[in-house]
Design a protein around this ligand. Structure first.
Ligand code: ATP
Length: 280
């Protein structure tokens, strides 16, 4: 279990994360969503101990996380936004280098690397250098590398940023399978469909403040399962309904061009966070 208690981070006088309180249960898949600059990466940074909180604390299974507690730190692995691998190393070398950093026996490194590269569909490319990998392959390799030390918690900062639709789906499948094997996952993303598909629960973050957390389905139900998009002179207007009959009634009464569809997490996000940003 991950507990963030009154967690804040200031960069000089700028408050990037403001009194964050959040509990993520063991085995949960949690998505942290928010616009650019909301404080998501800073939060991941504090969880991975790359950044020190200005105030508050992180507890892992009830134990306080700090840079000195190596045993506790090993429960966590992070996949950062930036590709952080030597370009001239092959996949095998990247994995071996990581294992050696953690003093793993070579036999264990080889066995586990093979298993992970196979699992991620990378085994045929194991002798290829990082320089020659596609963006999607690099991200998958970073996931493999993060899993080498058998962490219980995986922190992923925008794992599918810049990926094409197919590579993204492959990554989703991979993350789903890992979560099914009881890995706790905290992910940040700008892709609402990704969060809706993968996450048990999501949290909306804006200006360093965690506004709301709930299951995507519950958030959608709260707003209304059915959306009517109305084409207005000034742009598109959305209307939300709990009952399909009400939506159809609205649709047939409306003189403008309209269409009916299911409400998505993106609608919820735009209603809650988008409105706040518009008011600024
Ligand atoms: N090292 C730093 N020094 C000063 N300000 C920083 C630093 N790192 C981040 N910030 C600021 O803190 C705020 C939060 O940044 P952060 O990277 O955590 O946001 P984010 O939600 O991950 O954004 P994005 O979705 O664009 O990655 C931003 O205003 C950013 O400019």
């Amino acid at each position: 279990m991950i507990e963030l208690r009154n967690l804040s981070k200031k960069y000089d006088h700028f408050l990037a994360v403001d009194n964050l309180n959040l509990t993520i249960e063991t085995g949960e898949f949690f998505g942290l969503l928010g616009p650019n600059g909301a404080g998501k990466t800073t939060t991941i940074g504090m969880l991975s101990t790359l950044l020190l909180p200005t105030e508050g604390e992180v507890l892992i299974d009830g134990e306080k996380l700090n840079r000195q507690n190596n045993q506790l730190k090993r429960k966590l692995s992070v996949v950062t936004q930036e590709y952080s691998m030597r370009q001239d190393m092959t996949m095998d070398e990247v994995m071996e280098y990581q294992g050696r950093l953690y003093y793993m026996p070579l036999k264990k490194i080889r066995e586990r690397s093979e298993e992970l590269l196979e699992f991620c569909g990378l085994i045929d490319f194991r002798k290829r250098t990082v320089r020659k990998l596609s963006g999607g392959m690099k991200r998958k390799l970073m996931v493999c590398r993060a899993l080498l030390t058998e962490p219980e918690i995986l922190l992923l900062d925008e794992p599918t940023a810049g990926m094409d639709a197919l590579a993204r789906r492959q990554m989703w499948n991979l993350l789903k399978q890992l979560n099914q094997q009881k890995l706790t996952i905290l992910l940040t993303t700008h892709y609402m469909e990704e969060a809706e598909t993968l996450c048990d629960r999501v949290g909306f973050m804006c200006d360093g403040v965690l506004e709301e957390t709930d299951a995507p389905r519950s958030m959608i139900e709260m707003l209304g399962r059915y959306t009517v998009d109305e084409v207005c002179p000034g742009g598109m207007k959305n209307h939300y309904f709990h009952r399909k009959e009400e939506a159809i009634q609205f649709l047939s009464d409306c003189p403008q061009e309209t269409s009916l569809r299911s409400t998505t997490l993106e609608d919820v996000f735009l209603e809650k966070v988008g409105r706040q940003l518009e008011r600024k």
